[in-house]
Design a protein around this ligand. Sequence first.
Ligand code: F6P
Length: 361
Amino acid sequence: MKRGTRVGLITSGGDCQGLNAAIRGVGKALRRYLDNVELIGMFDGYRGLIEGDYKFMEDKDFSGILMEGGTILGTSRQRYIPGKAIVDEDGNDLMPAMLDTYNRLNLDCLVIMGGNGTQKSAKLLMDAGMNVITLPKTIDNDIWGTDTTFGFQSAVDIGSNVIDYIHSTASSHSRIFLVELMGRDAGWLTLHAGIASGADIILIPEIPYDLPKILSAIEYRRKHGRNYSIIAVAEGAVSVTDKSLSEEERRRVKEAAGHSTISYHLASELEKLTGQETRVTVPGHYQRGGPPCPFDRVLATQFGTAAARLIQEKRYGCMVGIQKGSIVAVPLEDAASRTKFLPADHPLIQTARDVGIFFGD
Ligand code: F6P
């Protein structure tokens, strides 16, 4: 008798909204596209593949999860040597263990959902001979080859909501407020949330800020009767002077000054230099939690079902993405090889400038 198709599912790296919607999309569509298909969920990202910790999924596993946050499979981050290997704490290469599970289970393909790090790791699995299809998920929206990732829009909604609520208290107390949003490398989330909620200043990694220029923007607002200022800060925002430092050096500078994040660091300088009370709000992982917004449910469903279609066609080694409204399959080596930073000439940055939002440059 002809053997059926066996597909492994992995959610890896930081979680985000829409992972369960994507799992559901893959599972439900595969069951329709193929007669004899088995889906195997690996627990906690690559750990499940490494340790052979998995479960055979049943139809009921794919029901009732569309609007659930997090991931029913669990996730984790692995140690990764750039471009070389996924390793354990002692530096041992974990690829043989993953290959062993893959071969023992007779898998036809792995569907791997993750952010930039996960895409890079998936490429290593592909190079080691496994069939992989990846889906781009992250609130950071910084994956090359797709215009949007699922999780992003939900986080924009949350980030905007936080800033919306800060307006009234900032105004009542005549304070400067810094709202720090996630995004170590890219400013997509902060830019979108900042525009959506009327932030006065937006600081993102791609546009290093100059402190004196932020001070003049605040002063300008004060002169024009605005008693408060709201600054949306990406966690990876950096000053012109610190731009040349490595990430590690920057962390040390902040820590030496007793500040845990860039916003606290900047807030203490602003308070000192303006004399205006300054506060920081960091919503942190709240941005990644809770149910996906409808947009992300739809996008994750599109990505999941597209992955199922690729499996039906036996087209592996690619990442599903969306470009100009169309679902596409991008070669994994392209998607995994670079980060989608926000271009300084992106039209949305101009839109923000056009309504008077300042970038500190
Ligand atoms: O990559 C997604 C992300 O949420 C980043 O925005 C953030 O810097 C990072 O993950 C936080 O990671 P962790 O959940 O491991 O603290």
